[in-house]
Ligand binder design. Structure first.
Ligand SMILES: [Zn+2]
Length: 75
């Protein structure tokens, strides 16, 4: 078994860092019945991951950047 140091593409659950702003997201993969090409985007507009298959991903922000008010929800 060899560890792949640089995966060619993100596939599966895991952390992904936005190359543009530095926020870190945790993507969770969900299986779908139908093929549903789509993508998830960071708050800054950068595409974190796109796919083309019977899956979808949800992104949870796990590491905000300074200026994000992630812990102060509400008005
Ligand atoms: Zn970003």
């Amino acid at each position: 078994m060899t560890e792949a140091k640089a995966a060619p593409a993100f596939w599966g659950d895991g952390k992904i860092e936005c190359k543009k702003c530095g926020r870190v997201w945790y993507l969770t993969k969900h299986s779908l019945i139908q093929r549903d090409p789509d993508s998830v985007e960071c708050r800054c507009g950068e595409t974190l991951h796109s796919w083309n298959g019977a899956v979808m991903y949800t992104a949870e922000l796990i590491k905000p950047i300074p200026g994000d008010k992630e812990h102060k929800e509400g008005a």
